[in-house]
Design a protein around this ligand. Structure first.
Ligand code: HPA
Ligand SMILES: [Zn+2]
Length: 339
């Protein structure tokens, strides 16, 4: 069995995926036509050619523009259904996906339209693929606290279908402390908490995410490695980091995958996981991310299985479900032919 096949069949959870970032150019064009929305691209090739980024903001500008084709519940359904089909083919048995309601409510698309479409695709993925899915409502950090509170209020009727809140968008200049009160309110509602920190932002933002927001999981977290005290603390506390190698490469968080710190993270005792972030924009889904770092950093099957194991340990699934997934993972690894 090749490493590529071993990775594809490895049972895994995806914990860092922006559903709007799974909008493939082909679907973008189809939805633009269906909804009569003008897009600033002449062809699918034209769209892909625009995906050259030198920092996070370059990507975000295009990502928010692309999301403009999403108007009706059916659009959100089709977007998510395409992701679940693709993820299932990559061995994803559980996904915790982020959505950015403010990207849509700011354009006049109702919160309920967005979540209705996503939930119907989630129910379908459960039936079709046996995949479990949880939703993470992510606040846009370039907007203010009041806007985040309005969004949390809009989510109230849906709280039984939302597992967590998150924090994404432009990191620099928008430290976690800006959202301390919103996160406290979300926690009081029984939601889990995650936040992007240490992707472009300094270790100080990671400290804020854990000390001021009280996050249960850290999205990216790469720059924590600049601070040995912080790194040791994250390792000791068993904090999960949702690392996204192809995203890191495309957004110039690393210059080269050969310099990616994924194996260093494991060596330092961090509970690192592999995820795809915005696969339509960064050139690969989750198995591609595993393959890319396996090749670039010489990861062996034990490393790959540990990364998959961490994805279940870092999930928000109940303990018995985690134990079931770990048993299936162990059985897969034990039964995989050498090669
Ligand atoms: O990688 C990301 N970082 C911050 N915001 C985002 N929104 C989508 N993807 C990202
Ligand atoms: Zn992200």
């Amino acid at each position: 069995m090749t490493t590529s096949d071993f990775i594809a069949g490895l049972p895994k959870a995806e914990l860092h995926l922006h559903i709007e970032g799974s909008l493939e150019p082909e679907l973008m064009f189809a939805l633009a036509k269906r909804n009569n929305v003008a897009i600033p691209f002449a062809s699918v090739e034209d769209v892909r050619a625009a995906y050259a980024f030198s920092r996070l903001q370059d990507f975000l500008d295009i990502y928010y523009a692309g999301a403009d084709v999403l108007r009706e519940a059916q659009d959100f359904h089709d977007l998510a259904a395409a992701y679940f089909d693709r993820a299932a083919a990559d061995g994803v048995v559980h996904a915790e996906i982020m959505f950015d309601p403010q990207t849509h409510t700011a354009r006049g698309v109702a919160f309920d339209t967005v979540i209705t479409g996503l939930l119907s695709a989630i129910d379908e993925a459960q039936a079709k693929h046996g995949m479990s899915v949880q939703l993470i409502l992510s606040f846009l950090r370039h907007l203010d606290e009041a806007d985040a509170f309005v969004t949390l209020e809009a989510a109230r009727p849906w709280l039984d279908r939302i597992a967590a809140v998150g924090l994404d968008s432009s990191e620099l200049g928008h430290p976690p402390e800006k959202f301390a009160r919103v996160f406290a309110a979300a926690r009081a509602l029984g939601l889990k908490l995650v936040a992007h920190a240490g992707e472009e932002g300094p270790p100080e933002y990671v400290y804020q995410a854990i000390d001021l927001l009280g996050v249960d999981r850290l999205d990216h977290g790469n720059r924590s490695l600049e601070d040995p005290v912080l790194t040791a603390r994250l390792a000791r506390s068993g904090m999960t980091l949702t690392v996204c190698p192809l995203s890191n490469l495309k957004l110039c968080v690393v210059d080269d995958l050969a310099a990616h710190p994924i194996d260093r993270m494991l060596r330092e005792g961090l509970r690192a996981t592999i995820n795809s972030d915005d696969p339509a924009y960064f050139g690969g889904y989750i198995a591609d991310n595993y393959r890319a770092v396996a090749a670039a950093r010489g990861l062996d099957r034990d490393d790959l299985a540990l990364l998959a194991r961490n994805s279940f340990l870092g999930s928000f699934l109940p303990d018995d479900a985690v134990a079931g997934h770990l048993a299936a993972l162990d059985a897969y690894v034990a039964g995989a032919p050498a090669g």
